[in-house]
Each structure stands twice: as structure tokens, then as C-alpha cells.
Design a protein. Structure first.
Length: 209
């Protein structure tokens, strides 16, 4: 440095360097502005596309449900009309003599085949027969309790006898099965559905069994 150098030279140089550094720091950020905008716009369109796809799936599911419901309701009235035919066939078979002669036996066989064909046609078209057996659990969606009776064979609350078969169409109950339900406290050994109580009849209970 010479004696004639401007004394403000150092301060001006420092200021110039500071301005240059500030320009370098701000320059890249300003240059990334359009890129950030493009990324934001891409994410926005991606979100819209995902929402549109989800809505399309929902519309497809609703359409399928509506079509299934329309198909079920279209044949529901016809199915109800046919239930009377199935009931009459079942009553005829129940009333048929067990020791029928050759002619009557042929009639009974014909009724059985007719009933079998009718039930197969029902199942093919989504109409399922509901006839629970003794001891099955009572389902209020499928069964209608007509009365309660005590029983020594099935536990209380379960089905004792099916008085009339029910039917469901594509999972919808067309007619509930009319049943007799075992009264509370029913079951073997005074309501114990698992048999004799431990130690009954003089037997010793083996806790190691």
C-alpha cells in the first residue's frame, strides 16, 4: 500500500465484497422460484387426479350396489308368490303315509323330486331356504320366535323346532323362519348344555383331566 492510497479504500472494498456475497446468496433462491411453482402445481394436479380416481371407484361401487338391489327387488315379489308353492309341497310330503303302497310311493317320490327341483331353482336365482335344526343359535335377523318351551335336549335360547321354513334373497330376509325356542334353563341336567355337572351321581371331579 502506498502513502497516496485513498484512506476510504478499505471500507469501500469491504462494502463491495458484502454486496457481492449478498447477491450470491439471493441469486439461487430467486432462480428456484419458478421450479417451486411448477412442483406446487404438479402436486395440485396429482391430488386432483387421486381424488377423481377415488370418486370413480365410489361411483362404480354405488352403481353395482344399486344394480344388485334392483335385481333383487325385481324378483322379490315373484319369489314370495312361489313360497306358497314350496310350503304346500312340504305339507304334502309331511302328510304322506310312511307305509304307502306302490302307487302312493310313486306319488311321494314325485313330490320329493318336484320339491328338490323347486329348491334348486330357488338357489340358482339367489333364494335360499332357511330351516334351522334343533340346537342351532337363534338369529333374530333370520328367525321369528313363535313360542318358548322347556327342553331337556337343547340349551335355553337355542332353536328347538322349526315350524315353517324361511327364505332369504341375496342375503336379505324375504320371510323369517318360524321357530320354537327353548326356554331359559333348558338343556341336559337342568340347563347345563355340556352334560352332567362335575361330581354328579357320586362321580369325583378330576381337575387334572
Amino acid at each position: 500500500m502506498t502513502d497516496t492510497q485513498d484512506p476510504n479504500y478499505d471500507s469501500e472494498l469491504d462494502e463491495a465484497l458484502a454486496n457481492a456475497e449478498a447477491g450470491l446468496d439471493s441469486g439461487p433462491a430467486d432462480d428456484l422460484g419458478p421450479l417451486d411453482a411448477m412442483i406446487a402445481e404438479r402436486d395440485q394436479w396429482k391430488d386432483r387426479a387421486m381424488r377423481a380416481a377415488a370418486e370413480a371407484d365410489n361411483v362404480k361401487r354405488r352403481t353395482e350396489t344399486q344394480m344388485n338391489d334392483a335385481r333383487a327387488f325385481a324378483i322379490q315379489r315373484f319369489a314370495k308368490d312361489l313360497l306358497g308353492v314350496a310350503d304346500n309341497l312340504e305339507r304334502a310330503l309331511m302328510a304322506a303315509p310312511k307305509d304307502a303302497d306302490a302307487g302312493e310311493a310313486g306319488l311321494v317320490t314325485g313330490l320329493e323330486l318336484t320339491q328338490k327341483s323347486l329348491l334348486q331353482a330357488f338357489e340358482t336365482n339367489g333364494l335360499k331356504r332357511v330351516a334351522p335344526g334343533p340346537g342351532e343359535a337363534f338369529d333374530p335377523h333370520l328367525h321369528q320366535a313363535m313360542m318358548e318351551q322347556p327342553s331337556a335336549e337343547v340349551p335355553g335360547g337355542s332353536i328347538l323346532v322349526t315350524m315353517q321354513a324361511g327364505y332369504e334373497l341375496f342375503g336379505r330376509t324375504v320371510r323369517p323362519a318360524m321357530v320354537v325356542v327353548a326356554a331359559k334353563g333348558s338343556g341336559p341336567q337342568g340347563g347345563n348344555p355340556y352334560g352332567a355337572a362335575p361330581g354328579a351321581n357320586g362321580g369325583a371331579f378330576d381337575g387334572k383331566a
